[in-house]
Design a protein around this ligand. Structure first.
Ligand code: ADP
Length: 450
């Protein structure tokens, strides 16, 4: 609307300039006719001419203005107002006209137009006199006033139209946001199901798509959270149920032989250990899931770290007659969280031992390039079926539940490993063939970038 209001001034100014210009042009052309006649006579030198006098008087009357003729002595020889005759006039405009140029001045304040035009000598072409015409421009002003009214009406009509249009467009543009707000309120209220569609215009469509993607992610997260909670409850309940059954059966018998007591009690102790292991694994997993601010990065000798892991696991391997070999080619220093990486790699080596055959082997090899170090854990074990390979990193996933339970697995080991590797911005991959063995490869950056 600002341009609409400015428009008025531009139009009126332009109109005024144009009207004054036109008036000037007309006046000048009429004046030139009289000047030609003056030039042809000796009027400026005092020769009277009633015809010229009349024409000058007529022109002055038509425009309601004043015409003054000045001779070469700067003396006024004719003044249609009859006031200044015989007086001398020396003004800048008059002097300029004697030098041969016209001057046109428009006085906006007092609303009159003044022109000074030289009268040339017909023979010598030298300026022998000057005509000064001043005419009022009140008509320009009244034209301006009536134009101003028209423009004002136009302004009002345009303003109203613009207001209506702006209101309509604003309503139309903001309407889709109502839908988003409603949908967000529903999500706040717990309904994650509903996707939104706002095909009103491209931007809202993109917004709706981004929102729906976020909704889908939230739903997946919510589902996985619920599944995790139900898995945790189930896993925690299993040892307790076993303990309850064992204790109940002892209580149900009157005279229990000491051996049976001992046997049942050692079973109960085993279940307690199991419960303990699940809880400590869960705690490790929760720690890994936390933000990376919890990571305690230090420059660590990776060769030593792995040697220590193998040293700890060697007795367990020996129990199953499994050979544990480390191949490392170069000393490696890397910025890692020692505790978390130890836990991650221990799980891999432990699995290699757990899911192996009697007299099998586990080979751990260590390698490095300019950016990463690589740990490969290879075993001669039972392998992982192809369809299970994509699930083994999920929490509580076990290929063979009862076998894993027997050997003390919780299904959390690889989930912990993967979280720890991802915390270090690394990657983990599995290659396995059922019945032949499994290889896990881990790649971790040498420098930790938060
Ligand atoms: P668990 O505590 O049961 O070992 P993990 O998360 O460590 O849990 O492993 C998930 C499952 O992946 C295991 O139950 C097992 O079936 C399979 N698995 C893991 N590592 C190996 C391996 N080296 N060889 C064969 N199977 C493996």
């Amino acid at each position: 609307m600002i341009p609409i209001f400015l428009m008025k001034y531009v139009i009126l100014e332009n109109y005024e300039d144009l009207a004054v210009d036109q008036k000037g042009v007309m006046l000048e052309s009429q004046c030139q006719q009289i000047i030609e006649q003056i030039s042809e006579t000796s009027y400026v030198h005092g020769e009277p001419s009633s015809m010229i006098d009349t024409e000058i008087a007529q022109l002055a009357a038509i425009y309601g203005g004043r015409i003054i003729i000045v001779n070469s002595n700067f003396r006024i020889i004719l003044d249609t107002f009859g006031i200044d005759e015989d007086k001398v006039i020396i003004s800048e405009e008059v002097l300029q006209s004697f030098l041969g140029s016209d001057s046109v001045n428009y006085n906006r304040e007092y609303q009159f137009l003044e022109m000074t035009i030289p009268i040339p000598n017909r023979e010598t072409n030298e300026t022998e006199g000057v005509v000064i015409i001043s005419v009022p421009t009140v008509d320009v002003d009244s034209g301006k006033a009536s134009l101003s009214n028209t423009v004002l009406i136009l302004q009002i009509v345009m303003s109203v139209l613009i207001c209506l249009l702006a209101f309509y467009v604003a309503r139309m543009l903001t309407k889709p946001f109502g839908k988003i707000t409603k949908s967000l309120e529903e999500v706040q209220g717990g309904v994650i199901e509903q996707e939104i569609s706002i095909p009103d215009y491209t931007e809202t469509q993109l917004l709706a798509e981004a929102y729906n993607r976020m909704l889908k992610r939230m739903k997946i997260q919510e589902d996985s959270r619920q599944e995790f909670v139900s898995n945790v409850s189930h896993e925690l309940k299993t040892p307790i149920t076993s303990m309850k059954v064992l204790a109940d059966s002892l209580l149900a018998q009157e005279e229990v032989p000491v051996e049976l007591y001992k046997e049942f009690m050692s079973d109960i102790a085993e279940e307690i250990d199991r419960e303990n292991k699940i809880i400590s694994d869960l705690l490790s997993l929760v720690k890994m899931d936390k933000k990376s601010s919890d990571i305690n990065i230090q420059e660590t000798n990776i060769n030593q770290l792995i040697e220590l892991i193998l040293k700890r696991l060697r007795p367990i391997a020996a129990r199953h007659n499994i050979e544990l070999v480390l191949e490392s080619f170069k000393p490696i220093l890397a910025e890692v969280d020692e505790t978390k990486l130890t836990l991650a790699l221990s799980n891999l080596v432990e699995n290699g031992i757990k899911y192996n055959q009697e007299d099998g082997w586990v080979h751990v090899s260590l390698n490095v390039d300019s950016k990463y170090f690589y740990v490969k854990v290879e075993d001669s074990g039972i392998g992982i079926p192809e369809e299970a390979q994509e699930h083994i990193f999920e929490r509580f996933y076990r290929v063979d539940k009862s076998h894993s339970r027997e050997i003390g697995g919780t299904g959390l080991g690889l989930a912990i490993t993967r979280s720890a590797v991802l915390m270090h911005h690394g990657a983990i991959k599995v290659y396995s063939k059922e019945g032949e063995g499994t290889t896990f490869t881990v790649r971790i950056p040498l420098k930790y970038v938060p």
